[in-house]
Design a protein around this ligand. Structure first.
Ligand code: ADP
Ligand code: MG
Length: 583
């Protein structure tokens, strides 16, 4: 007869269970994500312990790598079994496992997450960061809240946990030495107030690691259906870094290449991964793979496809970058981690700093996510500006041709990035040839030193722009004017307003005033054009008094159709222009 010890959940745990089972997650199926992520954490811990050279006080787990299942070791993997007849779902991992005492403190209490305690302990031993280049565990494990495990009770009437701790079983032949001996432990609960602990019957095989058996609620039998479970796994856990087998078949095929050192990922791998994340069949136009640890931990792998779909009238694209925390999906196609204009970018962002917890349900509320968006946007813009500088042809002919619209949208909507984005734009100007593109920086570098403004003219075509009466003054004074041919560009200029401290002025605005030619008086003098007209070299100009009389006649005649009539020196062959009111 097996002795069962009946234990009580800590008071907070009971409350939490109540919340979790009834209302915490809007989406039930995330329980699987939680349990798979625990399994993955447990495997990660084991891998880390090995890399750090031993488990606990003993030397039970050798450094040897048994991922391939060779050498008599148990491979590092996650096995999921569905049993429709019994209406159970079992998640097994071959990770660190738990001793009886660990089961009590990790699953019976929530005040202190087991993962958190583990990290503390590792810090104590000062071995957390010695384990090579990428060390996810040393930088903090997912989950600062310890809610995850209890989500199993959203779908199950009863949960059994069978566990055998890696540190105590002496699988390398070194022997145990732990006070629990090498026994496997069974933890059982119906998620109400209590749980029981007992020695696992010897006829139930339990390798190193943990099995979580969910006795599903009768009305939720879909979770013992293989294809349903497969769908959920594909959705949330495809990039888990350990193999996942569902009823013996491998489900996750893609490795988490975004976590690898960018230098080690070749083009072929990028090509495959790109196709996977984007659901597209072209090759990426550009790849942005980086890691940063300040202001927060980020590992990102993003792609710019060779084309975007909005131009085919297929409607607005959804965001294309998914958010992960240590390989576990937090939010597919997250609308929060990048500004909207970046929706053409496809890929994955992984941050260990993101707690895999309640807050994942609403990433948009998180200050962390805000920080992340800022950091990512800055990276993307700097990636583009590097391309613009170093690979100008590609930038102009491939990227800009396809995506300029998105940059312009950003200028109009993403005020944080507006100025940085404006540097990525190109325009035709009055000086260049048709099709010759100039950036605002280039424009400014060619401006005469005394010129404080940037001029642009909106016209349907280059010919019409060049013939426009608005151009007369600019041509005369040899001032370069940016031509914009679409309402969008016109809108961009109006939104941008300034560039590097210079005003962007439409050539049809009344405040535009120009000297007769280069080197004349500064054009900054915006008032008193009428008075200055006496100085016109043609000799045909009106006197100040005549001009005033003429203007007043004009104004009376046109009455409400104009707000003001004044003389100007900007025209040479056209008698008059209509200008926009300075509002
Ligand atoms: P978190 O993962 O955020 O710490 P959970 O509620 O998901 O919180 O899990 C609580 C703790 O239980 C974990 O920190 C871990 O110590 C332990 N645990 C849960 N599942 C496993 C597992 N499969 N193997 C080993 N330990 C586990
Ligand atoms: Mg967890």
């Amino acid at each position: 007869v097996v002795q069962k010890d009946e234990m009580e959940f800590q008071a907070e745990t009971r409350q939490l269970l109540d919340i979790v089972t009834h209302s915490l997650y809007t989406d039930r199926e995330v329980f699987l994500r939680e349990l798979v992520s625990n399994a993955s954490d447990a495997l990660e811990k084991l891998r880390h312990l090995r890399a750090a050279g031993g488990v606990g006080g003993g030397d039970g787990v050798k450094d040897g790598d048994d991922d391939d299942g060779g050498g008599g070791g148990v491979p590092l993997e996650i096995r999921i079994e569905t049993d429709e007849a019994a209406n159970t779902l079992t998640i097994t991992d071959t990770g660190v496992g738990m001793t009886r005492a660990e089961l009590v403190s990790n699953l019976g209490t929530i005040a202190r997450s087991g993962s958190k305690a583990f990290v503390e302990e590792m810090k104590h031993k000062e071995i957390a960061r010695d384990a090579g280049d990428y060390d996810p565990f040393g930088q903090g494990i997912i989950g600062k809240f310890g809610v995850g495990f209890y989500s199993g009770f959203m779908v199950a009437d009863k949960v059994d946990v069978r566990s055998r701790s890696a540190g105590r079983i002496g699988e390398g032949g070194g022997g145990g030495g732990g006070d629990d001996g090498d026994s496997a432990v069974l933890w059982e609960s119906t998620g109400t107030g209590r749980y029981t602990l007992s020695a696992l019957s010897p006829d139930v095989r339990q390798d190193r690691g943990t099995s979580v058996v969910l006795h599903l609620k009768p009305e939720l039998s879909q979770y013992s259906d293989e294809s349903t479970v497969e769908c959920i796994l594909k959705k949330y856990s495809n990039f888990v870094g350990f193999p996942i087998y569902l009823n013996g078949n491998r489900v996750n095929t893609i490795e988490a290449i975004w976590l690898q050192d960018p230098k080690t990922v070749d083009e072929g791998k990028h090509s495959d991964f790109y196709k996977y994340v984007s659901h597209m069949y072209d090759e990426p136009l550009s790849t942005l793979h980086f890691r940063m640890d300040a202001p927060l931990d980020i590992k990102a792998l993003m792609y710019i496809p060779s084309f975007h779909q909005e131009k085919y009238g297929m409607g607005r694209m959804d965001p294309g970058v998914s958010l992960y925390s240590r390989k576990v999906l937090v939010e597919p196609k997250s609308p929060d981690i990048l500004p909207e204009w970046c929706r053409f970018i496809k890929g994955v962002v992984d941050s260990e700093d993101l707690p895999l917890s309640i807050s994942r349900e609403k990433p948009q509320d998180s200050a962390l996510v805000g920080k992340m968006r800022k950091a990512l946007t800055r990276k993307i813009i700097s990636h583009l500006s590097t391309m613009m500088r170093k690979d100008t042809e590609k930038y102009k002919d491939e990227f800009y041709k396809e995506y300029s619209y998105f940059l312009k949208e950003g200028v109009c909507h993403d005020f944080d990035s507006q100025q940085a984005l404006s540097k990525l734009l190109y325009f035709e100007t009055s000086k260049g040839m048709a099709g010759e593109l100039v950036s605002l920086d280039e424009y400014v570098s060619r401006c005469p030193p005394e010129s404080k403004d940037i001029y642009y003219l909106f016209a349907p075509s280059r010919e019409l722009a060049l013939q426009s009466p608005y151009m007369e003054g600019f041509s005369k004074s040899k001032r370069e004017v940016i031509f914009v041919y679409s309402a969008i560009d016109d809108f961009v200029m109006a939104n941008l307003k300034t560039f590097e401290g210079r005003n962007l002025l439409s050539a049809d605005r009344s405040e535009v005033d120009l000297p007769q030619s280069d080197g004349d008086d500064s054009d900054a003098d915006k008032d008193g054009q009428a008075e200055k007209d006496d100085a016109s070299p043609s000799g045909k100009s009106l006197s100040t008094a005549e001009a005033a009389k003429f203007c007043s006649w004009f104004q009376t005649t046109l009455s409400t159709k104009v707000s003001k009539c004044k003389t100007t020196n900007r025209l040479s062959s056209s008698p008059a222009v209509v200008t926009d009111n300075e509002s």
